[in-house]
Design a protein around this ligand. Structure first.
Ligand SMILES: Cc1cc2nc3c(=O)[nH]c(=O)nc-3n(C[C@H](O)[C@H](O)[C@H](O)COP(=O)(O)OP(=O)(O)OC[C@H]3O[C@@H](n4cnc5c(N)ncnc54)[C@H](O)[C@@H]3O)c2cc1C
Length: 308
């Protein structure tokens, strides 16, 4: 946060001086207003990019925009849902994702990271009932889900010195594992001691009985009934799909394991630039975070320097 001095200290929490949610929202609103970001906004989904002779044609819902350059910043979109859960959802079972638009206050929660613990505490606070939290393994306490050293700019150089297979292997092993910051882990331990949360270190097998509208969760040596399960299983690792994949294929853009191969200045090819999780081969594990967005911005060529 680049705001004033002491007046803002109250907006920052804990040893790492994280901005409070309200402060972060206010900061974002101020940035949008200051840079007039709302002015060029066209609401709607893009569904294709075509390469024309002199420009790119970006096509969305009822809109076409001609552009010389395009920055793809589509973020992470798909919820991670295990295949068994997807199958039961198809049968009408009450299984929801924590990031869904209106996930109900289910008393069974699956997941081992910060979202699972926050959700369990929230459901207990809202309903006063005991919440079962199903975790595959003991809580992994870490104040950042990725080693903080990777958040320092000089490590981007080290990252790009690694061979591409090593980068892919690193990303597979070190991201999306689910960790809990120490303060939240203490709150969880207190809630378990008080009986507000029951911690189950296993993934239950789940059956759906549509006639009774009940889920049956079987763990080791016991089975419990449930009226609904919330998956706090995070987001899928973003790879090219749909219109973006078609665009890459038709334009012959370089792709490794479903991820764009980018040049130093985030250029993918044909006037198209990429940031966010799809830029992880270039920026490393921080690509999808705010710090990754800032790095991407610092590498993008200034619009004034680009040929028109
Ligand atoms: C629970 C949670 C906690 C997080 N906490 C942090 C944190 O503390 N610090 C941090 O740095 N990061 C955090 N992150 C990561 C965070 O998501 C990113 O930092 C930030 O949101 C990235 O912004 P973005 O603009 O790249 O992507 P997003 O915020 O994902 O935005 C992508 C946008 O693109 C739009 N879009 C997608 N496809 C299309 C299309 N075809 N046409 C038009 N628009 C499209 C989407 O609708 C969306 O508005 C967290 C993420 C989660 C899920």
């Amino acid at each position: 946060m680049h705001r004033g001095e002491n007046a803002d200290v109250a907006d920052l929490a804990g040893m790492f001086r994280r901005p409070r949610h309200e402060a972060f929202l206010r900061h974002s609103r101020e940035l949008v207003a200051e840079h007039g970001l709302g002015e060029g906004l066209i609401a709607g989904r893009v569904h294709s990019i075509r390469t024309e002779r002199t420009h790119l044609l970006v096509q969305g819902e009822g809109v076409e925009v001609a552009a010389r350059r395009v920055l793809i910043a589509t973020g992470s979109n798909a919820h991670r849902v295990p295949p068994w859960a997807r199958r039961l959802q198809g049968e009408g079972a009450p299984i929801h994702h924590a990031f869904g638009p209106s996930a109900p206050l289910d008393h069974d929660i699956l997941g081992g990271g910060i979202s699972a613990v926050q959700r369990a505490l929230l459901v207990h606070r809202a309903t006063g009932r005991t919440v079962r939290l199903w975790m595959r393994q003991p809580v992994r306490v870490a104040d950042f889900d990725i080693d903080r050293s990777w958040g320092k700019h000089r490590f981007v150089g080290r990252w790009t010195e690694m061979q591409v297979p090593d980068r892919l292997d690193f990303l597979r092993r070190h991201t999306g594992r689910g960790t809990v910051p120490s303060g939240l882990a203490s709150r969880l331990a207190r809630a378990v001691r008080r009986g507000s949360i029951e911690l189950e270190h296993e993934v239950p097998s789940v059956e759906w009985d549509p006639s009774r509208e009940r889920l049956l969760l079987r763990g080791e040596g016991r089975a419990v009934e449930s009226s609904g399960v919330t998956l706090a299983t995070g987001l899928q690792r973003e790879t090219l799909s749909g219109w973006l994949r078609s665009f890459a294929e038709s334009s012959g853009l370089p792709v490794i394991n479903g991820v764009p191969r980018l040049e130093r200045d985030m250029h993918w090819g044909r006037g198209v630039y990429v940031c966010g999780p799809l830029a992880r081969l270039r920026l490393g594990p921080m690509a999808s975070n705010i710090v990754g967005a800032r790095w991407a911005t610092s590498k993008l060529p200034s619009v004034r320097m680009l040929p028109v």
